[in-house]
Write a protein of this length. Structure first.
Lengths: 253, 210
């Protein structure tokens, strides 16, 4: 891994440090803290937002929405994608829908959901779920198409019960696709959740960004966005990546 | 009694098999020979019940095992689980004994990918016999093995057949394999393929029975 002297961790840290340096330089050149404050100038507003309880509250609201949208989007997307990959007739019927929804801008879906369902939590979650399902279904369809027919035949000859077949034959084959869908899913969902909150909710990181946007408070916009980015990177590193590693253990053993 | 009567099997417009009737006894072994691509594997899939889309009728026992051209193991489950998950009624002790029998007891906790190809094939063989099948279907089980490993596999198969006593249907293009494992052979030929000639006493009797 580090045979050419490129420890990935060091490279990543240096690369991030470089980005920070660009920020510092840009802030110095701008020389106007109301347009781009220096990174260290964010510490005080951050402490204030945490201390007042506003940041934790809005962060929790947004994370709650991410989870509420992620779970049904994954469940429905995985089921649809699996059926589409497995049954060509189903695929022929549903594929045009998929194309339509894949090409529908997130903003359009969000606005329509708010208009039709109302400015409420249900509309917000449904908008995010509808935005995400097509991506998950597309990925899982590929996975279901790649299922090994020999393993299918084996399970059939040996009359493995349906649940055992699902758990030990099908899901392990789909696992890389599910993991991929989950990772790209969470990345897309949290961004859409912010837009949903920006447009029609009175809580959450998106709402706060909207609020400080109207006050032209760049520092607070940065505080909220950066905190949330850090939280999502931690979710990725502490939950999604370990799960994926575990599912792949047999490949590297 | 196993009764195969395939009248027609086609994939779309191309007809693969036509009029393949034969019967076999409960512990009889039959080898099916024929050029590659003739439809031997297709016939096996019909007999094993993997493919139901054909014209005709097949009477077979419930408890079937199959050995494929590839080992077809679950690469994400341990060697031991490859036996216990496929045969839930088989206890762990019996599964370990089965691994012992094929000489890979020490590999029980490994993933199949960590075994050599020969060991994977033996595991596939152990899996087939672990359920004490009434009918064992083998689709060129020794293809792409070096001669020595193939010989070991053949001996192991003979021993396991003698212990378990299933009816055996073996597809191969090796006359030597066919002679060793089966007293009777059926040869497929033609397009669509049909039985060109059969050897052994039950084949002769079949004319009268049919």
């Amino acid at each position: 891994m580090s045979d050419n002297g490129q420890n990935p961790l060091i490279v990543r840290t240096l690369s991030l440090g470089l980005l920070l340096l660009v920020w510092v330089a840009a802030a110095a050149l701008t020389a106007d803290a109301s347009i781009l404050p220096q990174p260290w100038a964010l510490a005080e507003p951050l402490a204030r937002a945490v201390g007042s309880g506003a940041l934790p509250y809005h962060l929790a609201m947004t994370l709650g929405r991410v989870v509420m949208a992620f779970v049904p989007a994954m469940a429905i997307g995985v089921a649809l994608g699996f059926l589409m990959g497995r049954y060509p007739a189903f695929d022929r019927w549903l594929d045009p829908w998929l194309v339509v929804f894949l090409n529908l801008p997130a903003l359009v879906l969000i606005v329509l959901c708010y208009l039709w369902i109302g400015l409420n939590e249900t509309a917000a979650i449904i908008a995010v779920v509808l935005n995400k399902i097509p991506n998950v279904a597309t990925l899982l369809r590929e996975g279901a198409r790649a299922l090994d027919p020999n393993l299918d035949a084996m399970a059939k000859v040996y009359r493995m019960p349906p649940m055992a077949r699902l758990r030990h034959v099908v899901i392990p084959q789909l696992a890389p696709y599910i993991a991929g869908a989950a990772r790209s899913g969470i990345a897309v969902i949290w961004k859409i959740v912010l837009v949903v909150e920006f447009l029609g909710r009175s809580s959450g990181v998106g709402f706060q960004i909207h609020f400080y946007f109207q006050l032209f408070d760049v520092a607070m916009v940065l505080v909220y966005s950066l905190t949330f980015i850090v939280v999502m990177l931690m979710v990725e590193a502490l939950i999604l990546q370990p799960v994926e590693r575990r599912a792949r253990a047999w490949r590297t053993a | 009694m196993i009764k195969v009567d395939v009248r027609r099997k086609a994939f779309g417009p191309s007809e693969i098999l036509r009029d393949i009737p034969f019967e076999m006894g409960d512990s009889e072994a039959v080898a099916i020979l024929g050029a590659s691509g003739i439809g031997k594997s297709t016939l096996l899939r019909l007999i094993a019940g993997i493919d139901d889309a054909f014209e005709g009728e097949i009477v077979r026992p419930q408890n079937i095992a199959m050995v494929f051209q590839e080992p077809v193991l679950l690469p994400w489950r341990s060697v031991l689980q490859n036996l216990t998950l496929v045969h839930p009624l088989l206890g762990e002790d019996a599964a370990r004994a089965a691994l012992e029998r094929i000489g890979i007891a020490d590999k029980a906790g490994l993933f199949p990918g960590q075994l050599s190809l020969g060991q994977q094939r033996r595991l596939a063989l152990a899996r087939a016999f672990a359920g004490r099948p009434a009918l064992l279907v083998m689709d060129e089980p020794y293809v792409s093995l070096d001669p020595q490993t193939a010989e070991e596999m053949l001996e192991l198969t003979e021993a396991l057949i003698a212990e378990t006593g299933p009816a055996v249907i073996l597809v191969t293009h090796s006359e030597a394999e066919a002679r060793r494992l089966a007293k009777r052979t059926l040869r497929l030929a033609g397009r669509p393929a049909t039985i060109a000639d059969g050897t052994g006493p039950p084949a002769a009797k079949r004319e009268g029975a049919a």
